[in-house]
Design a protein around this ligand. Sequence first.
Ligand SMILES: *Cc1c(COP(=O)(O)O)cnc(C)c1O
Ligand SMILES: [Zn+2]
Length: 422
Amino acid sequence: MKNFTGYKCSLCGTEYLPGQVTYTCPKDGGNLDVVLDYDSIKKKFQPEDITSRTESSLWRYLPLLPVGEPEGDSTPLHASGWTPVFALPRLAEKLNLKHLWLKDESRNPTASFKDRASAVVVTRARELKSEVVVTASTGNAGAALAGMAAAVGQKAVIFAPKTAPQAKVAQLLIFGAKVILVDGTYDDAFDLTVKAANEFGWYCRNTGYNPFTLEGKKTAAFEIWEWWIEAHRDWHQKDSPLDNHPPLTIFVSVGDGNIISGIHKGFKDLMALGWIPNMPRIVGVQAEGSAAIANAFHANTETVTPVSAKTIADSISVDLPRDGVRAVRAAMHTDGTYVTVSDDEIIQAIAELGRMGIFAEPAGATAYAGLVKATSLGVVGSDSPILVMNTGGGLKDVRAAMQAVPSAPIIEPTLEAVKKIL
Ligand SMILES: *Cc1c(COP(=O)(O)O)cnc(C)c1O
Ligand SMILES: [Zn+2]
């Protein structure tokens, strides 16, 4: 917290003090990057001071966050992050890759990557003594905010499109948030939320609007950094001439562009601290029907033109991405790229991950679908070490999951019937 020195606009570069602004740049509406005092952090901490901590949540990175320690302990808000990484040797073989892993964000308290952002935003809201926190959401950001808020007794209001999957709406309601379903798109809910926050003096968590979401999301990069130190060491012990292998390539699904920007920010923080020698490559994956950022990337521009989004992956169905510029840069500045996938490819990916014991919602499986696409396009070489993010859990959208698999047969309760079916 003491290391939080202000903000810098991602468009015009104007710097602001912590108390000067709350959301976006007053001059041009650009997203603000939180600025930390890297020199002071570097003087006080060595990487080992972080990596040797026993805290198994994103709060192990407290010295690199712009908030203080959250109140209480052992609540779900304290349990966000520190998600497992699984090796996927069977899928690696299928794709002709040497090394493939998946970081499973569905193991966060409310079963999506969004918990990282909401844990930090709720902590910020408590510091600002905000009575109410509000967010627009396709479901997961809201569930995460509602869950983290409930964990510390914070009031929350959620605006979601009325088409949000049932399970996500159930989560919002169960966590005791005030839930308002909007007869419109996520983008409509987004704009309404900003208006309501201004009108009623609520603290707004909106993705790609509140600068603190990125700070929560960047902790995934810190975890990847710690994991990679270990994985890489094992690897070199087994197979020493690998020093010249390509850098780690990270695949992540993209809607508003805040997760990919957050992962990029985390690695930029580590570069600024001199704790990593080079950047991993970051590859964004979008649904073909919601590909505003991928379109901009391939047109080689930072100007993101809105689309009329339509995809089964509701969590990444976005007309106007709210963090598009930084999302384009995340791939552009890391030698990464963007790939797009069809809804059928996403559904196929749900089934393939399922057979590895991983249950992803459509937007979660999208990153793996993107890897399949990228290997077929030759975007990644077979010796590139690959890490795929699963950003959300499959139970959130059971209707989509059922499209990925044949339905189960119904039989008479007799052995004959079983024999017939086998
Ligand atoms: C929000 C979300 C995404 C995309 O994150 P953005 O910041 O909107 O790009 C991907 N997957 C899941 C499961 C999500 O909830
Ligand atoms: Zn600006």
